[in-house]
Design a protein around this ligand. Structure first.
Ligand code: ATP
Length: 658
């Protein structure tokens, strides 16, 4: 990119586009590797090519490739004993997860393992295993990771790969109970339902298919099948991977039992009842869904029914039971299903770590970050707020690394340089995370008030930040719960509806206690606070060696505080390392290799546009538009501007040779 005659947006786009069609998906911008998802498996990932990159003396000797990034990280490790991180970013479907796998496989190949050690196999196979539990089909990606992941690869003194430790972030809980049309829930549900009938019968799912069950059957149509993937085959693969991380038959049965229990919870329905003159609800136990869920979770059926239809409120040392309406009971049931799934996922991550994490032999580390990109939807909720906060943090790190350090270095070495103007997002971050007055703190504060509301949260935030350049109150609709944050990548309008509940998002303490006392070891461990697990580390307890922290609900940490804490931990870990960047770009929305439609936004971020095959939509500065288009596409004709605005212009360019 740096070798281009004109380094401006259209030239960057044209370069990437040309290379994409020439089957060269990778391009360097300085040290950064830009990866345009090729949407076809090119013959550029194999041992021979990997070895060539591993042995290359100079990066420029070979075409751009993520292998060069992993090689640079490995060299930093071996020659300078410096821990490394590779941060892979991009929007959903841009290719982050596949890129991380390419990097991981290459690092494993060039480092090698100790003779007879099966750790490398476990480390590599833990990826598809986690994908089964944490990935789902979405409209944007057939295998979309619904969580963030930081994998620390551990190397010994001889730089052999000896272990790994995974930290995960923000699993999308809501997907367990609902998903949009054309999407699916987590892969494991479909894998279990495609398992042999004899096995399914053991989980009381005999002759049940995905369409028969509420959680897996939502929005069923032709798109709920993933092209080229057999759920039955994947079930076998997932089981083999569970075996590889040393989960015995009993533990595997318990884990699948937990997944089946979630599906059964989705089938539980409630009837209206009157108890002592008060309205309440009771479980309609026709199809045996509740008893199946209770048996698989290892709890009493009466106890479970009670937890779903009543709530215990403690005030001034006194506990009273409140009956739940049919709607509230159904919500409690969905809440339980989400929490069980979330805790099982967390348990699995810890179990993988138990099998692969060898901190005592880890002299050095390479961290691989695969985290959700910036999100902007028609309605942006709490999840987008957290995700975009994470992206602000990473952007700050990126800015510091790329611009600040270069400037400081140049100045200290007395090299003449012209001032580089870049957007510093420190004040936006302050708005979000400041102690007491930051948006997260205000949300937490509102959440503990007896009569707290989202409207009051937005009103308080407006009062506190009315002067802040990155905060805008949006006064339209939604009962005063809208506000806008001026992020580095653009303005995002948030709707705070339901945020107080989402921020708590825990089930009742007495329900946690019931599951902690489960006769099923995995369920019981999953609901036991980490500190307690450590003192009773048993065969199904992953706490012994895992670096994964799990908190008991009794600690009542809000989701926002937990995510903030995790993110600070992540940034702390990254800050102690030398960082390499891979920026992934999605070339089109139709997930194919013959199409590219993209634009850069004001901050230089690639954004998609739906367009006809022969169209390219270009967004650029109004003043230099003509010059840029002519430079970029000299043989094409372009139409009159279709969306003029003060600062920008979007126009459609036709007749572009493919
Ligand atoms: N290097 C590659 N070669 C060929 N196809 C690829 C490559 N990278 C990604 N793909 C294709 O793109 C799809 C989406 O990639 P991937 O799952 O890595 O995206 P992602 O950025 O991790 O998305 P999400 O944020 O939704 O998890 C893959 O399932 C695969 O079909």
């Amino acid at each position: 990119m740096c070798a281009l005659n004109y380094l401006h947006e259209p030239a960057i786009l044209a370069n990437l586009r040309q290379r994409f069609f020439a089957k060269m998906p990778y391009t360097y911008t300085g040290e950064i590797c830009i990866a345009v998802n090729p949407y076809q498996w090119l013959d550029i990932y194999n041992e021979r090519i990997g070895a060539k990159y591993g042995a290359a003396l100079k990066k420029s000797d070979l075409p751009p490739h993520p292998y060069a990034t992993s090689t640079a990280a490995f060299r930093g490790l071996r020659m300078y004993s410096k821990n490394q991180s590779i941060l892979v970013s991009g929007e959903s479907g841009a290719g982050k997860t596949e890129t991380v796998k390419i990097l991981l496989n290459h690092l494993a190949a060039i480092a090698g393992g100790e003779q007879g050690d099966t750790t490398i196999d476990k480390v590599i196979n833990s990826n598809p295993l986690l994908e089964s539990f944490g990935n789902a089909k979405t409209v944007r990606n057939d295998n979309s990771s619904r969580f963030g992941k930081f994998t620390e690869l551990q190397f010994n003194e001889r730089c052999h790969l000896v272990g790994s430790n995974i930290n995960t972030y923000l699993l999308e809980k809501s997907r367990v109970v609902t998903h949009s049309r054309g999407e699916r829930s987590y892969h494991v549900f479909y894998q279990l339902l495609a398992a042999p009938e004899s096995l399914k019968a053991g989980f009381r799912l005999g002759h049940k298919s995905k369409a028969d069950l509420r959680y897996s059957g939502l929005g069923q149509d032709a798109t709920s099948v993933i092209e080229g993937i057999s759920d039955a085959d994947r079930f076998t693969r997932t089981n083999a991977a569970l075996e590889l991380i040393e989960l015995d038959k009993e533990a595997r049965a318990q884990l699948w039992g937990g997944i089946a229990a979630v599906l059964h919870l989705g089938q539980v329905t409630f009837d209206h009842v009157v108890v002592d003159g008060h309205d309440g609800s009771s479980v309609r136990e026709q199809a045996g869904a509740l008893s199946a869920a209770a048996a698989l979770l290892g709890v009493g059926v009466k106890d479970l029914a009670k937890k779903l239809t009543r709530r215990v409120i403690t005030a001034r040392m006194e506990s009273i039971e409140v009956l739940l309406s049919v709607d509230r009971a159904a919500e409690a049931c969905d809440g339980l299903a989400k929490e069980v799934y979330f805790r099982l996922f967390d348990w699995l991550v810890a179990r993988i770590n138990q099998s692969t994490n060898h901190p005592a032999s880890a002299a050095r580390k390479v961290g691989l970050l695969d985290i959700f990109g910036f999100e902007s939807f028609a309605v942006n909720s709490f999840e987008q707020f957290c995700i975009n906060y994470a992206n602000e943090k990473l952007q700050q790190k990126f800015t510091e690394d790329v611009f600040k350090t270069v400037q400081v270095e140049y100045a200290s070495e007395g090299i003449a340089w012209s001032h580089i103007d870049y957007k510093d997002n420190a004040s936006t971050l302050d708005l979000l995370e400041a102690f007491r007055t930051g948006m997260f703190a205000l949300l937490d504060e509102e959440g503990v008030l007896p009569k707290g509301s989202e409207e009051a949260f937005v009103t308080k935030a407006t009062k506190a930040h009315v002067q802040h350049a990155s905060f805008l109150r949006t006064n339209k609709g939604s009962g005063g719960v809208e506000f806008t944050i001026r992020h580095y990548a653009g303005d995002i309008n948030y709707t705070a509806l339901g945020w107080l509940d989402k921020n708590k998002d825990t089930i009742q303490d007495d329900t946690v206690a019931m599951l902690r006392d489960s006769t099923c070891t995995i369920v019981s461990t999953a609901f036991t606070p980490l500190a307690e697990q450590e003192s009773v580390a048993g065969s199904a307890s992953p706490a012994g060696k895992g670096g994964h922290k799990r908190k008991g609900s009794l600690m009542q940490e809000s989701q926002a505080s937990k995510f903030k804490r995790q993110l600070h931990g992540l940034m702390g870990a990254i800050n102690t390392t030398e960082v390499q960047y891979v920026r992934c770009i999605k070339p089109n929305k139709v997930k194919n290799c013959k199409h590219v439609t993209c634009r850069l936004n004001e901050c230089g971020h690639m954004i998609l546009h739906r367009a006809r095959t022969s169209d390219v939509i270009v967004r650029c500065d109004i003043n230099s538009m003509t010059h840029k288009l002519q430079h970029m596409l000299p043989t094409s004709t372009y139409s009159q501007p279709i969306v003029p605005s003060a600062a920008q212009l979007v126009c459609r360019v036709s007749n572009v040779a493919m």
